[in-house]
Design a protein around this ligand. Structure first.
Ligand code: FE2
Length: 384
């Protein structure tokens, strides 16, 4: 079997044709799909010549790539692989299934991840739920839960252990924690000495955490270890659905929310994080949506004076939609529940509760999207 420049297994999707055309090789499959590949790129992806057989990483420094000899011939081998011959006499095979996955676009960052599904409360009225009692032992449980998390931006497990170290044990199976000024993990409960509005029994309006950062944390996880209060229900809203609603019905508010910047600033005796950005940040072409929505740390308008009234008006439209029952789900926390959510996509909030009634203790952590998606791809590969 021809070695591929990665650790996936590919079917032998046999090539129908391979033709050398100057610096290019034109590839074709029986179903009509084609791929035009440059000789430098093919050389970089040739076992031994272009990539290291152990690490599977490229070994040709860009300054040396132009010195690579030209191809003298390209054809299809008996088993349907790409057979290349260089003018220096070296010959090599490239795996047709690996080439096919590029032709199919399956090499892109969204590959091996579930398709994101936009939701309102007519689609899901509570988080998709998995029994998590065996998540630390059974990677299929982890895969199922993380798949829902990637798809909907929110997913719950029930019946997990209620010890305070569970979040760290779970993180050990997913990836490195994203540490913040609240620590590598944190505890959400009513506190007298507090550095966040979260540490009260107050209602918390729909928001995303840490817009004070250049890149706000990707996923947040809240694990309920104690809950004896009646209120304090959790609330989630899909930001993608809000963005779609704004584009369709409130274009002026949408323009203000995407164009006008606010400075987000955490007011703390011990740290000073600041970032300026729009509330709806679409980033670059391949970057996911980032919402910057947390009024406790939204500090200064960073826009022309004349834009300030429409910035506030747009924010009200945004906030009204985020709290509308059409878009906002509400659910209680039971000890043993852990809810994960995409902190840059899904707005979260909490109903008020009375700390005098009892205790409500959530253990929380952040893990960036890169880590969650990498784990999801690797689990998918090993379970396949
Ligand atoms: Fe929060």
């Amino acid at each position: 079997m021809t070695l591929t420049p990665d650790f996936y297994s590919y079917p032998q999707t046999e090539l129908a044709s391979a033709e050398l055309d100057g610096d290019w090789v034109q590839l074709g499959w029986p179903d009509g799909l084609t791929l035009r590949a440059h000789r430098f790129w093919l050389t970089e992806n040739t076992p031994g010549r272009g990539f290291d057989r152990t690490s599977r990483e490229s070994i040709i420094d860009p300054s040396a790539i132009a010195d690579q000899s030209r191809l003298s011939f390209a054809d299809v081998s008996k088993d349907g692989s790409l057979h290349l011959t260089w003018v220096d006499g070296e010959q090599a095979m490239l795996h047709p299934g690996w080439l096919r996955h590029v032709a199919d676009g399956k090499h892109r960052p969204g590959s091996y991840l579930p398709t994101r599904q936009q939701w309102d409360t007519s689609v899901i009225s509570e988080p998709p739920t998995t029994n998590g009692s065996r998540v630390l032992e059974d990677s299929a449980v982890m895969y199922h839960w993380l798949s829902d998390l990637a798809r909907y931006g929110v997913a719950r497990m029930t019946q997990t252990p209620t010890d305070r170290s569970f979040v760290k044990n779970l993180a050990a199976k997913i990836g490195p924690l994203r540490s913040t000024n609240f620590g590598s993990t944190f505890t959400v409960e009513a506190k007298v000495e507090r550095d966040s509005t979260a540490y009260t029994g107050l209602n918390l309006g729909q928001h995303t955490d840490l817009p004070t950062r250049e890149t706000p944390p990707g996923f947040q996880f809240l694990h309920c270890v104690e809950n004896t209060v009646a209120g304090g229900w959790s609330r989630m809203t899909d930001g993608e659905a809000i963005v779609a609603e704004l584009i369709e019905h409130h274009p002026e508010a949408y323009a203000a929310l995407t164009d006008l910047h606010w400075i987000f600033f955490n007011r703390s005796p011990d740290c000073d994080h600041r970032w300026s950005g729009p509330m709806i940040d679409h980033g670059g072409p391949d970057q996911p949506l980032t919402l910057r929505a947390f009024y406790p740390v939204r500090a200064f308008p960073d826009m022309a004076e004349g834009d300030i009234p429409r910035a506030y008006a747009a924010m009200k439209v945004f906030s009204d939609l985020a709290h509308d029952d059409r878009f906002q789900m509400r659910f209680p926390f039971t000890p043993g529940d852990i809810v994960g959510f995409d902190n840059r996509r899904v707005l979260h909030g909490r109903d008020a509760f009375a700390p005098s009634e009892g205790s409500r203790v959530l253990r929380g952590m952040y893990i960036d999207q890169d880590e969650v998606y990498s784990t999801l791809r690797v689990l998918g590969r090993s379970l396949a």
